[in-house]
Design a protein around this ligand. Structure first.
Ligand SMILES: [Ca+2]
Length: 384
């Protein structure tokens, strides 16, 4: 009896927190009480169930066209929202104070203008640039993260733009949340989350991966342990839709030299280390050659992926001597690659399974050997 009561309390507590996955009406498919605007029976302002709106926020439907004749893109399902100039949608989500969360959302731009989307969980705020079209479908899932200061967070999506054409403005859809866990660093690897298995929410049936835009804060990253220290995004991919070297997740470097992932790993000065990683092809029709530039401390080396019918990846390594108690490791794609089928969707080499550990001998041993060698020659000289 007591146990059942306890279990009941537990389930009550957990259900009051945001669960991983779609937030309430995060896909905008819940029917407003006065119907969807496309039903043409609705009157009055658009109501969006479970969301608060400010400014011109429209519920749009798949197949709808704007006055210029351009077809509106609805990322998934039948409905999405479009944010007009300075318009926003927001909602409160129950969270755990002190924990880090990743927000995944899909966004599409409507006009070929500079469009961006500001996503904030006050006081944290990030503007995601929608200028670059990463794939030919015209929309992409993105992820940003925040640390919860309180036990509830207000999620705000705002169009910071002031376009002349009121029909321009980003379309958003599929908003999900996930509480992030930073994995422990394994004993034989100084890299945190080196296998990329810990990251933002991904929808099982979405084949576009999740774009991770610039993030310079290693403490609050949608990809625990890693920073995206470039203007352009990298793509977080899953084994359901891509070839992944190890486990279920990996990173595809889709932005050439403008998409850099990095991590500061703990090292012991003067010790000799080896950085090893898997370099692969995502099997997404990406046009070769594929190559990465790998950085470890003061070493930089580029590696070309060699196509192999038996495997989608190969292992590469860089040796380096640590100069400090933290060493930067980083990767970017040497080329700007696109898919062979549409010639415009961005793609690139896959990186996974990143390890940094002591290599066979270290600087101290080398110096001892050198010292012994000198002593030997000195001894010979004395003898002569
Ligand atoms: Ca992996």
């Amino acid at each position: 009896m007591g146990f059942r009561f306890y279990a009941h309390i537990c389930s009550f507590t957990s259900s009051s927190l945001a669960e991983d996955g779609l937030v309430a009406n995060g896909d905008f498919e819940t029917r407003p009480s006065n119907g969807f605007p496309s039903d043409s029976i609705s009157v009055g302002p658009t109501e969006i169930p479970s969301w608060r709106t400010k400014g011109t926020v429209e519920l749009v439907s798949a197949g709808e066209k704007v006055s210029g004749g351009m077809l509106l893109i609805v990322p998934r399902g039948t409905h999405a929202v479009r944010l007009g100039n300075d318009a926003e949608i927001s909602k409160e989500v129950p969270v755990e104070k002190g924990s880090t969360y990743a927000i995944t959302f899909s966004a599409a731009r409507t006009c070929a203008q500079l469009e961006s989307l500001n996503v904030s969980v006050p006081p944290a705020s990030q503007t995601v640039d929608l200028q670059t079209l990463y794939n030919v479908q015209g929309w992409d899932p993105y992820s940003i993260s925040f640390e919860a200061d309180e036990d509830k967070a207000r999620l705000v999506f705002r169009n910071p733009g002031m376009e002349d054409d009121p029909e321009c403005g980003p379309i958003i859809d599929d908003i999900a949340i996930k509480k992030l866990v930073t994995p422990d660093t394994p004993k034989d690897n100084a890299v945190v989350n080196g296998d990329f298995e810990f990251g933002p929410w991904m929808f099982q049936n979405v084949s576009l991966g999740v774009l991770l835009p610039t993030n310079l804060d290693e403490e609050t990253s949608p990809l625990p342990g890693w920073m995206i220290e470039s203007n352009r995004a990298v793509r977080y991919i899953d084994s359901n839709h891509y070839a992944v070297p190890e486990g279920k997740r990996a990173i595809e470097l889709v932005s050439g030299k403008e998409g850099i992932i990095s991590q500061m790993v703990e090292t012991t000065p003067n010790k000799l280390y080896s950085l090893t990683f898997s370099l692969g092809h995502a099997r997404d029709k990406c046009k070769e050659p594929l190559a990465v530039m790998a950085f470890a401390g003061d070493q930089a080396q580029n590696f070309h992926y060699t196509p192999d019918s038996n495997s989608t990846f190969q292992v590469a390594s860089v040796n380096f001597t640590a100069k400090a108690d933290r060493t930067r490791i980083a990767f970017y794609s040497v080329y700007y690659n696109t898919r062979t089928d549409d010639m415009s969707s961005l793609c690139g080499p896959v990186v996974d399974d990143v390890h940094v550990w002591f290599s066979g001998s270290d600087g101290t041993e080398v110096r001892i050997l050198l010292g012994l060698g000198l002593a030997f020659w000195a001894y010979l000289l004395v003898l002569v």
